[in-house]
Design a binder for this molecule. Structure first.
Ligand SMILES: NC(=O)c1ccc[n+]([C@@H]2O[C@H](COP(=O)([O-])OP(=O)(O)OC[C@H]3O[C@@H](n4cnc5c(N)ncnc54)[C@H](OP(=O)(O)O)[C@@H]3O)[C@@H](O)[C@H]2O)c1
Length: 240
């Protein structure tokens, strides 16, 4: 007997937005099982949520996490990411570039999500609509970059958007109803944005709960023709 409603997977469940997604998804859920994966097991998870371990910078943990999920899956949300390391802000100028810091931000923001696609895409339903959504950022848009700076974060998200586009094309061949997108959640009150909230107007700083609802609404509204694009929290395409 096949599950009437396939499973959903949230990766980065320990983060601000990932945690809010774990709370919000079961309320509007048509999934038989929701997997909440994070480096450390999340403490608060509603009933019906199965918790597990993953570190996107360690491929073996990604492989094992995917092996522990019983497919088919029709929703994967990757909510991991970093802006900069503790004790080091985002680069404001070329003189701030540090090769080791750049390698780490690419490992977390680009290579990690790519490896999540590698191991979790095979679990996607072949015969029904599925969404693979990866949290990106508007600042990863090359055409939108008018203020410069934030080299590592911008470049790692621009590269993520390219990974998304290639994966979308590949997936649509074996799974014609699959939709693979990047989504920008808006500026959200989480640990990631804390140091940069001072200049954000109050009505432009979303709670994680609001951001999670918006993300689920965008995901709900996506059509097959949307695959490969990056969307804003308002459902509008962000040009590359
Ligand atoms: N907050 C904003 O204003 C904003 C704006 C634009 C885009 N975004 C994007 O939204 C996503 C979620 O961000 P958030 O605001 O929820 O940030 P957050 O609260 O800092 O959560 C990010 C999560 O990413 C994972 N992560 C971070 N550093 C890692 C590392 N070195 N190695 C492995 N995993 C690591 C962790 O997941 P686990 O704890 O589950 O392991 C962490 O909890 C990110 O992709 C971010 O770029 C956020």
């Amino acid at each position: 007997v096949t599950a009437p409603f396939p499973a959903a997977v949230i990766i980065g469940a320990g983060g601000g937005i990932g945690g809010a997604l774990v709370t919000a998804l079961p309320k509007r859920s048509d999934h038989d099982m929701i997997h909440a994966l994070s480096r450390q097991i999340v403490v608060d998870a509603p009933p019906g949520v199965r918790r597990g371990v993953i570190d996107v910078t360690d491929e073996e943990t990604i492989r094992q996490a995917a092996a522990a999920v019983e497919g088919p899956v029709n929703l994967v949300i990757v909510a991991t990411g970093m802006l900069h390391e503790a004790g080091r802000g985002p680069e404001r100028a070329l003189r701030d570039l540090d090769p080791a810091a750049l390698a780490r931000i690419f490992a977390v923001n680009t290579i990690g999500p790519a490896l999540v696609l590698k191991h979790f895409a095979p679990l996607l339903s072949r015969d029904r609509r599925s969404v693979f959504a990866l949290l990106s950022a508007r600042v990863g848009s090359i055409s939108d970059n008018r203020s410069g700076g934030w080299y590592g974060y911008r470049a790692s998200k621009a590269a993520l958007n390219m990974i998304v586009r290639s994966a979308a094309i590949e997936l649509s061949r074996s799974r014609p109803q699959s939709i693979c997108v990047g989504i920008h959640p808006g500026t959200v009150d989480t640990g990631l944005s804390k140091p940069f909230q001072a200049n954000v107007p109050a009505d432009k700083l979303f709670t994680p709960e609001y951001a999670a609802e918006q993300l689920l609404q965008v995901i709900h509204g996506l059509a097959t023709g949307d695959t490969g694009n990056c969307f804003g929290w308002d459902g509008k395409v962000i040009e590359p």
